[in-house]
Structure formats: structure tokens, C-alpha cells
Design a protein around this ligand. Sequence first.
Ligand SMILES: *[C@@H]1O[C@H](CO)[C@@H](O)[C@H](O)[C@H]1NC(C)=O
Ligand SMILES: *[C@@H]1O[C@H](CO)[C@@H](O)[C@H](O)[C@H]1NC(C)=O
Ligand SMILES: *[C@@H]1O[C@H](CO)[C@@H](O)[C@H](O)[C@H]1NC(C)=O
Ligand SMILES: *[C@@H]1O[C@H](CO)[C@@H](O)[C@H](O)[C@H]1NC(C)=O
Length: 922
Amino acid sequence: MAKLAILLALAQSALIHGLPARELQRDTHVIEERAITFSSGLEITTSYSLVVSTLQSVSATETPSITGVIPTGLPDPGFTLNPIKTAIEGPSHTLAPIDWTLKPGPTEPLNNVEGNVFVPMATDTPPQQVSRRDDHPVKKINIVDGDVPLHTNKFYANLFLGKQDFPVFTHPYSLTWAKGTGDTWGMSVSHVERAQVAWGEQTPPRYWIAPIGIQHIVMSAKELGTSTVLSTEELTGFSVYANLAPSVHSDPVISFPLVQGMGFVTALYNNARPQLNSGVFFRTLDYIGRLNGITYKYRITLEDNSHWLLYATPVGSLGAPPFTLKDNHLIEGPDAFIGSVQIAKNPAGDPGEQMYDSTAGAFATNATISGTVNGAFGSYTLEWGKSGVQNQTLLMFAIPHQVESFDQASKDALTNIELVTTTKGYAKAVVADKITMVEPELPASIGFAPWVPDKEDGNSGSDNIELTDQMRVMVQNSGAVELGQNFIAQTSLDSMYYSGKGLAKFASIIYTVQTLGKDTELAAAGLVKLKDAFNVFINNTQPLPLVYDTVWKGVVSSGSYGGGDLGMDFGNTLYNDHHFHYGYFVYTAAVVGHLDPSWLDQGSNKAWVNMLVRDFANPSADDPYFPFQRSFDWFMCHSWAKGLFDSGDGKDQESTSEDTFATYALKMWGKTIGDAYMEGRANLQLACQKRSLRNYFLLEADNQVQPSQFLPNKVTGILFENKVDHTTYFGANPEYIQGIHMIPLNPSSAYTRSRKFVQEEWDTYFSHGRADKAVAGWKGILYANQILIDPFAALEFFSDPNFDMSLLDGGASRTFYLAYAAAMAGGESGAAGGKADDAPVQTQYVEYNGTEGEEEEPGPDDDWEWESDDDETSYDESTASDDEQEGGEDIDTATDTDIDDEADKEVDSDDEYEWVYERRKR
Ligand SMILES: *[C@@H]1O[C@H](CO)[C@@H](O)[C@H](O)[C@H]1NC(C)=O
Ligand SMILES: *[C@@H]1O[C@H](CO)[C@@H](O)[C@H](O)[C@H]1NC(C)=O
Ligand SMILES: *[C@@H]1O[C@H](CO)[C@@H](O)[C@H](O)[C@H]1NC(C)=O
Ligand SMILES: *[C@@H]1O[C@H](CO)[C@@H](O)[C@H](O)[C@H]1NC(C)=O
């Protein structure tokens, strides 16, 4: 009898798998902890013969702590600069065309992707002009992965940053290393109900915040005390192991496999006595019985009336592991326990419990993504690595944008269990080892040219590059003026961000002059200047060169090394904002390579750009130089801007539009270099990003996901993992908060920002002349955004002969805005619809009405005259710093959304600007 029981237990334990066993490296400099793994056939050492007492209860003797902490201030992001620089000095002359007809490469979608689009791109060493540094200002804290690329912007970074005691959000749960708080050294598990969040007092409320620090259930062990060490291991794009060891010199006694959306919080114990603590207080503990032959189940109620389930799956022992309710903040398990303890909150009564029962014992340890793309149709699958009881299916939570795009099999896996997340609406549980999301309307038809969406605001549309003669001449003239600007002065800055914006601006002007202005010789002249300005970066001779960081492994600004300001260039050195910064460079390179395909094969041009792509959007987990998808979070379908800064609010992002622009840049670079996988992947990414933004960030009046009282704000402002704050890091003007989700206007804006949304936002904040109150560069942005809903009005604004160039942001041009507005207006009135590919390139000269000729006719090898007026290399930064705030301070947003109505002051401009398209009656 006894023998049989042991054999059965052996068979059962064979079902428990952990990480593959690996050799322990006895290196004294490296922390020796490794995540706990269970090997099969573990010897049975214990038999629990005690009768487990059922229904234990205690009454609370103190007040439970259920309010937590409300951090209303912004965490220090490392920077507080206004992203908009204006004050671009007018040029002293216009640019003259050169005798060179550009022969752009093809633009039709490559569309020959077979199989998974997540395939490795280059894996070679970064170009040698980018030197290596091994002294990154942020040191690794107890990361045991060894010398591999590490994730810097993923949900779990708080586990290895700062004091390691800020929460990480797996949604719907959050986990915080208690580190002595509440007299425990375990991992605190929290689930905050929507009724518990704090609201800003304004109407609509400026913010909502999920309190942090509520210790619903802390998973700890008797062995853990003041010397406890938290280490992390197996850092992947979707998961990590958090390990707790009693001291630096001992092996971990608990490992937590953390995966986004995990249905249980699972603690793997190795030879330790489990202790569960609670700041909310235990009321009852109820032993229910054995499930599936292996797993033992308890029920817990807390003093906030919430119901939790506890599942213990022992390895190497027989019988029900006894858990005892000692007092209202302690439940203790058996000594020397080996196995898993899982907890889950059950909001769904008996049916919910059945779902948890049927999946208990199994847990996810990681996830992989795969995706396919076929023209405008795409889909992607998240598949979880599973451990524990292998024959159980996983229970995982999916968030609204995923559920919305589930394929049929994933829909069929939905359960009745729903738990609210902090900032992503209600998560629904699925019983599935993978989920598949379908994106049927990829932006495959979007290219470099203005893209006019179909009437019904669908996801399809078409290029429009045909302007009226009048508009074309206007674009040519404006192009000649703006291309006459000093490129180097605007692009060779001590900031990758501002430099990239400048480069992308000139790239967009040159493309516009070539394709919509149809003046190839002017475009060619601009391209020569642009290549030289871009070369500064390829040669890595900009004021703050890039370095390859061998610690975390990535390409960063050298600005914060050697004691430099960590917030330099928006925290680039610490991996903030890489997708924003590098997206502008990648777009620029795509335009240059499109207009002159031979450039792609010169020197290290392509390798250098691919290095940036690999840094922020690497498709492979096997690249030895860069982590998989640093910025983008494929579980959320948006990026996180925050890098190696610890934050009580978790990761965050404040510019959804620069996020989508970075994706658009990947799409166009993929197209330009003929990488169909990159193009397809970016199309898929842009589609799911659009969906994610519509669900969480760009709030249409009928949004069903975010709290209704917040919707009148129209955008989230900064979305953190535990709060949404309708503000920015650099100030709280409405044009900042809304505008940071608009920049830079580009062909994909009409796809990611629906007309319905843009109209509602415009009516809320900017109609009736209120846009005119916006500060300089932001005013131009608001009118450029108006192109998406009323291109005629926007065209009037930008074509004003007295247009004030200081209304343009340093990343924006009048040339593109004019062409974009005219193309959208033309597209709307059905006047045009040519395709970029078929367009004959006209070579006619343009009559400039300017000071043409002051500049020498340049040839590609000439010394540029404009390099001589280089004393204006950095333009006024003081306007930006006026808006600086101390990080960590509560920003007071006296929003002036109700600035006086200037309605009816509209000038009737029809006779002044005859060329303006006849306004359609609406
Ligand atoms: C998994 O295996 C155990 C023991 O072999 C068995 O009791 C249980 O019913 C199985 N579960 C499923 C879902 O097949
Ligand atoms: C994912 O988890 C499974 C199960 O634990 C494991 O076998 C696999 O090696 C893991 N994959 C990676 C890439 O870590
Ligand atoms: C970049 O480096 C190349 C090769 O060293 C050199 O020919 C070129 O002039 C440099 N360009 C710039 C803008 O520094
Ligand atoms: C050229 O511009 C000047 C002012 O910039 C204007 O007075 C003049 O009429 C323009 N000439 C033509 C031919 O458009």
C-alpha cells in the first residue's frame, strides 16, 4: 500500500517541470541564485498524516489596511523638457535645384511574407564607429542571466531597479517585494478594485490612481528575514522569474514565475515553510480537498470580503500539506515544503471556482509571439510556456483589445471570470495555452504619400499625390524656402530626439517636393544636404556620439556616462524613449533610401540603421547584441517609454503618436530595404497599436473600457501601469496634453487617429478659435491635426501668405503640411487619386520668388556654403526650459479648456485665397 502510494507520487511529480536544470556557476562575483526547478522523480521524504483542520477563522483585532498609498505626483522621469522646439530661424536664401533626376525605388507593398513574421534580422556586430562602453551608469542589481541582452522597458523592471520595492504589474495582479513592510520579506500580491481608485477632484477628473502598497496576500516563507535577497532570472519580453533567498549566500527558497496576464500568482517553494501574510487580514481559511490527484485546495476570505483560492501542489510529499490560520495576518504551511503554492482572487462564485479548480497546478513561465501577414490581413498568437501539472490547461487573463480581436478558438476559451486591471479595463480569463488575435485591416496601403482614408472611416484608403497646379507650385516654393534652412544647425544637436526630428522633417520635405511637388531637381538638391546631415550620425560624429552599452546591451547616447545628468536627452542613456528617438532616424533613412536606392549599399548606412531598429524593435530573442522588442509590448500593443528608472507608478508612455510613428518608420524602412518581414510585422503592429490606442488612450465618447467619467479628457495624458494622468511631464497646457498624442503628423496619422476621435477632441478643446491660443509650435501641430477632419480649414491656415514660420515645431514643415492638407482635401472631394508609383516625375524648373541664386549651384561633392553659418548650431533652448518642472511634484493643471470662445471671428477668406479648394458643404 505504502509502496503503491509512493509510486503514484513519483508519477505525479514527474508531471511537475520547472526550468531545465542547469549547472550552477560557482562564481563568487555573481549571485548564485537560480530559479527553483523541480526535477522529476524527487524522493518522497514527507507524508502529511495530520488531519487538516477545515474552516479555521479568526476575528480581526486591528483595523485592516486597505487604502494603500496614492502617489499623486509624477515620478521623476529623468527629464522635463518640452519636446517641441520652435524658433527656427528663417533661411537667408532658398535652395536652388541641381541637375539630377532622382529615381526613387518602388513603393508597392512587398507582400510576399510566408510564415511567421517574427524572424531574425541581422545579428552581426554593431558598426565599429559606435564604440563600446562597459560602465553604464545603472548597475545591474541581482540579475542572474549572465552576459546577455537584458530588457530595460518591460513590466518587471522595478524588480531590479532602485530599492527593488516598487510594484510590477502583471494585470490584473500587481506584485511588490514587501522588503520588511508589514513585517514580511515575501512578495506582496495586490488586486485593486475600481471602487478603490482615487480620483482627481476636477471635472472631468484629471487622474485616477490605483493605490499601491495594499498587501492582500503576501507569499513568504519562514526562512526569509532581514537579509533576504531578491534576484531576477530569465528576463524575456513577457516574463521573468523573481527569486527570494534568505541571504546572498543561499539558494532561493521561493521563485515566482511572473508572466503578463497570469491567472494565478504562483510561488515555487524549495524546502521552506510557506507563510502567507495579509495587511487586509485573513478572516477564514477553509480546507476543501484534493483536486486532479495532486493539488490540494483551500479557500480564503479576507476582511475586505474578497474571496481567494489557494492551491498547493506538493512535490516529494504525500497527503494534504497542512496550512493553518495562525492569526489575522498569518497563514502557515508545512515545514520544508517543496512544490507550488498558487493563489487567485475569485470574483465569480462557484462557476469561477470551477474554472480555477480545473486549471490549478499548471502555470505559465513565459510566452512567445508569432504572427502572419497576408496583404491587409494579419493575426498574431501569444503562446505560453507551461510548467507544473502539464496535463492541465492554463488559466490566463486577456485584456480588452485582445478579447476584441480574438479568433474563434480564443473566444471559445473565455470564462465568466473578470477582474479589473488598473489602467486597461476589465481583464477576462481564458482557459487556453495560447490566444490568437486577428487584425483584418492592416495599413498595407499606406506608404510615404498622404493617405486618404475611405469615407466611412474604415481602415482602408489610398495615396493621393496629385495636387492642383497652384498647390504644386506652392509646395515647390515652400520646399525651396525650407530646404534652404541650415540642416546641420537643426540636426547636429546634443540630443538624438531633437536631431532626429529635424532630420525627419527635412526628409519629409524632400519626399514631398519630389512626389507631390514633382520637382525632382529641387528634391535632389535637398537630398544632398540631408545625406550629409545624416552622415554625421552614421559617422557618429554628432556632439554626443552613440555608444554600444555592453552591460544591458543596446545603443545609447553617451550623454549620461561618467556622472552626466541621467535625464540628458530625455534619458536616452537609460533607455528612455528609444523608439521615439530612433524612429525619426529610421524614417529619414527610409526616405533617403527610397529616393536614392544606391545609398542603401554605401558604407555602413544600412547596418547603422538596422542597428537602431535592432535596438528598439528587434524581432528575435536570439540576437546576441540586443533584446527582443525593447520598446514595444506585444501584450499591450503599445510601447513603454520608461527605461531604467524605478517608478512607483510602473512603466508609462505619454506620446502614442510618436509610438505609432516609430512603427510607421519600421514599415517604411522594411519596404525600402526589401525586408517583407519587417514591413509585414510593422503593418501588424500598427493595426494592433491602433486598436490598443482606441481602447485605452484616445478616448471616444462611446469608449467602453476606460472609466466613463474620465472620457471627456479625450486622451489619457500619461498612461502608467497604476494611474492615468491627464498631464505631461513638461506642463499641463491642453495643447501639450492633447498635442503630444498628435506629433508628428504623418500618413499613418489618418489611420491611427480616427476622424471620430479627432473631431470629438477638436470640439472639446480647440474649436471656435481656441486653437489660436496655443503656444507657438503647438499651434502648428493643432492645425496640422485638423487636416484629419477639416483639411480645407487647415489649408487656409498653412497657406496664409503671411504664415508665421515660428508656429512650426522643429520637427514639422509648412511644405508637408500644405501638401498633406491639399492632398487630403483633394482626396475628400474626389478630385484626385493618383498612385505614387505611376506618377511621372516632372523635371521642369520652378520659378522661385525669392532670393534664388545666393547659394552656389551645389554638386554632391561641393563644400556647402551653409556650413559656414554654423554659429547657430544650437537654437534657443530657453523656451523649453521655461516649462520645466521639478520631477516628483504634483502638477497643478488648471486646465484652460474653457478659454474664451472666439467663435464667429472666422475670417471669410475665400476671395483672398482663390486657389483654395472649394469648401464642401457639410
Ligand atoms: C491530469 O492527471 C492527473 C493524474 O494523472 C489526473 O488525476 C487528472 O484528472 C488529469 N487532468 C486532466 C485535465 O486530464
Ligand atoms: C518557456 O517555458 C517552458 C516551460 O517552462 C520551457 O520549457 C521553455 O524552455 C521556456 N522557453 C524559454 C524561451 O525560456
Ligand atoms: C564620414 O566618414 C566618411 C569616411 O570616414 C568620410 O568620407 C565622410 O566625409 C564623413 N562625413 C561626415 C559628414 O563626417
Ligand atoms: C514676390 O514676392 C514679393 C514679396 O515677397 C511680392 O511683393 C511680389 O509680388 C512677388 N512676385 C511675384 C511674381 O509673385
